[in-house]
Design a protein around this ligand. Sequence first.
Ligand SMILES: *[C@@H]1O[C@H](CO)[C@@H](O)[C@H](O)[C@H]1NC(C)=O
Ligand SMILES: *[C@@H]1O[C@H](CO)[C@@H](O)[C@H](O)[C@H]1NC(C)=O
Ligand SMILES: *[C@@H]1O[C@H](CO)[C@@H](O)[C@H](O)[C@H]1NC(C)=O
Ligand SMILES: *[C@@H]1O[C@H](CO)[C@@H](O)[C@H](O)[C@H]1NC(C)=O
Length: 192
Amino acid sequence: MYRSYYLFGALALLGWISLADGEPKKLVVFNSIECTLRNNVFPKIECQLYSRTALNVFVTIDDQKAADKLVGVCDVKLMNKGQNKSTHIKNLRLDFCQLKKHTDTRSLLGAYYQAIRRAVVNFPDKCPFQKNTTYFVNRFNFIGQDIPQYLPEANYTFSGKIYANNKLGLEVKLTGGYYEVRNLSVYTNPLL
Ligand SMILES: *[C@@H]1O[C@H](CO)[C@@H](O)[C@H](O)[C@H]1NC(C)=O
Ligand SMILES: *[C@@H]1O[C@H](CO)[C@@H](O)[C@H](O)[C@H]1NC(C)=O
Ligand SMILES: *[C@@H]1O[C@H](CO)[C@@H](O)[C@H](O)[C@H]1NC(C)=O
Ligand SMILES: *[C@@H]1O[C@H](CO)[C@@H](O)[C@H](O)[C@H]1NC(C)=O
């Protein structure tokens, strides 16, 4: 059971295959992002949608203590179009100290790692994340990643808890959908 959920989720949240111009394409769209600091682990954080398909995150590490471990524990809930059924994928673990190691791209987790690797600006190859330093995730998106276009349209909510040195520091909530889009520029133009 878990396995089939996992595969479904993997497929549903990947990017899109580019088709001939003008044809509708399904893609992963973001509706909202909300970040909440916890426990004074990070002095500063900024989360924002750059466009309907890309988001930016800046996080500053504590000015006294480097982060030897930086881990995200994530839940994804998918709601298929026209159905009441939802699929819940729990406890996806993203290790930001191991971004280079996870090169599988056929799973949901692999898709996240791939998208993160493309978006990180100054992440270290190896931990720690240096104290009193701001790290940038620039235009995180799923565009350009292959996804089978026959997959069903869905809405999703994503929630991630980010732990630094095993302490909860940040909660991220993201909502959006995977659906057909005719005018791509509406979704890729900057919102600001
Ligand atoms: C942190 O960095 C800023 C400049 O980036 C500096 O002004 C400040 O003194 C530093 N704080 C500590 C505790 O090192
Ligand atoms: C996604 O949610 C929006 C409202 O938030 C709704 O209008 C839309 O039909 C939903 N799409 C799918 C595929 O469920
Ligand atoms: C979905 O749920 C609504 C009420 O929440 C119900 O009226 C409807 O029949 C359900 N549809 C299906 C396909 O189960
Ligand atoms: C797509 O949307 C942009 C505005 O974002 C508009 O300028 C353009 O004309 C639209 N293209 C088509 C083919 O509708």
